[in-house]
Design a protein. Structure first.
Length: 310
């Protein structure tokens, strides 16, 4: 990213809520609590899946990937946001800003792809339960998870690093962290090119996986409706409800952010939406999967030494 007239910017000022000290104090407390919940909740899920042999299944293998991903995803931005709440002028270097932008975008796309893989897993589990263990073997699960991490790198980091951005002396970012669209709004390049690239990439990383998820749940619904047992239908819906809740939260906010037309002006709407998919969703994931999942709750009871674990 080069500055115009060969004058590169060496730092950015992240506006955040620095203009509202009282709101920033409240924001600091909320961020700190949220980050602790994210770390403790997702770490607990990772430990339970490793600890309890009953959770050594494809579904929980992918869930462990999601929990690890959420820890990494939030650790890219949230600690810096917490620190920025304690300083008068939040400053970040150009190199740190670029690294944060690429890492956040990469991990966000990994989550998009991983949620699609989890939908496929649920589709096979409910649509073809007799052959589930054979079709979703350990090798295939590892390949699907690995493909999500590698494909996300090729879809995000490589294209972003190839974009030449000029800032023309503008080094103020109206955001909490170095988010892709906020960086674009601070650039003096012709935004039409970047809007096209953003829409094209978003279609591949958001709309395609989301359409696949909808198709998978269409097949799941068809399979559930064919079940004669009411207990079987209830169990199937319970199994998928946690994943579907996470999908709606994450994809709903991400699509509204990246598939909406962008202009040069900074919008507070973008800052709020980025908090929803960047902080709130990773915080709710462990709560959703633990409170709505009997296996996870059973593993927790076993860990705590309770008897009669169901």
């Amino acid at each position: 990213m080069d500055g115009k007239n060969n004058t590169p910017e060496t730092y950015f000022i992240l506006v955040g809520l620095s203009e509202y000290p009282k709101a920033q104090a409240i924001f600091f407390c909320l961020l700190l609590v949220s980050y602790l919940v994210i770390l403790l909740g997702n770490s607990l899920i990772l430990f339970l899946i490793h600890y309890d042999a009953r959770l050594h299944t494809p579904m929980y293998f992918f869930l462990s990937n999601l929990s690890f991903l959420d820890i990494c995803y939030t650790s890219v931005t949230v600690p810096q946001m917490i620190i920025n709440c304690l300083v008068t002028i939040p400053i970040i270097s150009l190199g740190q800003c670029l690294a944060q932008m690429c890492a956040g975008l990469y991990l966000g796309v990994v989550e998009c792809l991983l949620l699609a893989v989890m939908a496929y897993d649920r589709c096979i589990a409910i649509g073809d339960p007799l052959h589930y263990s054979v079709r979703m073997g350990p090798q295939l699960c590892a390949q699907l998870a690995g493909a999500s991490w590698v494909s996300a790198f090729l879809l995000t980091v490589v294209p972003v690093l190839s974009m030449p951005l000029e800032f023309c002396g503008h080094h103020i970012i109206n955001h909490f962290f170095c988010e892709l669209l906020a960086i674009f709004k601070s650039a003096c390049n012709d935004l039409r090119v970047y809007e096209f690239l953003t829409m094209a990439t978003s279609s591949l990383t958001l709309l395609v996986p989301f359409t696949f998820i909808l198709a998978s749940y269409g097949r799941i619904l068809g399979a559930v409706l064919k079940m004669r047992s009411a207990e079987g239908r209830k169990k199937a819906f319970s199994t998928c409800s946690s994943h579907l809740t996470v999908v709606v939260l994450f994809y709903g906010t991400a699509i509204s952010m990246y598939m909406m037309p962008q202009d040069k002006a900074s919008r507070d709407r973008d800052k709020i939406i980025s908090m929803l998919y960047g902080v709130v969703t990773p915080m709710l994931n462990p709560l959703i999967y633990s409170l709505r999942n009997k296996d996870v709750k059973g593993a927790l009871r076993k860990l705590l030494g309770e008897k009669n674990v169901t």
